[in-house]
Ligand binder design. Structure first.
Ligand code: NAD
Length: 281
């Protein structure tokens, strides 16, 4: 039987540690979130982020923009928040309405307030191994490895998915811990062939039960980032949890795995941004 990596508990611990830090050091961090359009899932994510901020003691400001917002209007709000000395972190919730350029918007967020780590400057820092802001989902995954003492040195790691927000930065983080990393994606010819020797698998695709028990070896460590709905409408991941958990040494559940860790690491990044900005003043 595998060990269940309890992201929910771990995230709670991290939020508590941050809350204590904020109180003890008398910090007053602030996160500004931009929500553009009416994506229903995004509204839920933003609400969860706001709740976590409340718990930690981070001030939370929400900016709601209508679907018909123009690129220039979005950029000018980002400029305003970049120049607002009270704001430590700026988060642009994705997706944003079609027709808007999210990459340009991410690049406009000041690197020192880029708590999601999507500005090319912070992406570059991650690649060259310098301290910057690491995107929250990969960062949360790395924290789980650390907390469960899972050694990555020399291990074969396969990341499924190559998005800029999860797949690519996760691969980079694994590489920085000396894993031998393979990235699979929609054009990969034989996923099973790539997975069968993997010591560690991170699935970040968005396809329910893509990873099946006959694709993985005994003792594999499995991190399931996927968020899908099953036929009953219940949240589930990219991994056939029931069967794969019989072979895995460690596995994350969905829900209760990567999701809460993503938000906890966002809180961590906002507190870090606040401390760094105040040291400069
Ligand atoms: P995305 O759609 O940007 O990327 C999906 C990736 O999967 C692509 O790179 C694509 O090439 C690859 N892919 C698609 N079909 C494939 C297949 N059959 N075999 C192999 N690769 C395939 O998605 P994303 O933003 O990276 O998110 C991935 C999943 O993770 C989604 O379910 C999303 O909801 C979830 N997610 C969860 C969290 C969290 O905090 N838990 C955070 C971000 C994303």
């Amino acid at each position: 039987m595998s060990v269940l990596i309890n992201g929910k508990e771990l995230a709670k611990e991290i939020r508590l540690e941050l809350k204590e830090k904020v109180e003890k050091e008398n910090l007053s961090p602030m996160l500004a979130v931009i929500l553009c359009g009416d994506d229903a899932a995004s509204k839920v994510y933003v609400r969860n982020k706001s709740k976590a901020c409340d718990e930690v003691g981070i001030k939370f400001k929400e900016y709601l923009l209508p679907s018909e917002t123009k690129q220039e209007e979005l950029l000018s709000l980002i400029d305003k928040l970049n120049n607002d000395s009270e704001v430590d972190g700026i988060l642009l919730q994705s997706p944003i309405p079609k027709g808007l350029n999210i990459e340009e918007a991410f690049a406009r967020i000041s690197p020192e307030k880029d708590v999601d780590g999507f500005n090319p400057y912070n992406v570059g820092k991650l690649v060259i191994g310098e301290d910057g802001f690491i995107p929250c989902t990969p960062y949360g995954i790395m924290k789980m490895f650390e907390k469960y003492n899972i050694d990555l040195h020399g291990k074969k790691a396969v990341v499924i998915g190559r998005s800029n927000i999860v797949g690519k930065p996760t691969a980079q983080c694994l590489l920085s811990k000396n894993a031998t990393v393979t990235i699979c994606h929609s054009k990969t010819k034989d996923l099973k062939e790539e997975l069968k020797e993997a010591d560690v698998i991170v699935a970040a695709v968005g396809v329910r039960a893509l990873v099946k028990a006959d694709m993985v070896k005994d003792g594999v460590v499995v991190i399931d980032v996927g968020m899908n709905r099953n036929d009953e409408g219940k949240l589930c991941g990219d991994v056939d949890f029931e069967e794969v958990s019989k072979k895995a040494s460690y596995i994350t559940p969905v829900p209760g795995g990567v999701g809460p860790m993503t938000i906890a690491m966002l809180m961590n990044n906002v507190v870090k941004a606040h401390i760094q900005r105040n040291h400069k003043r």
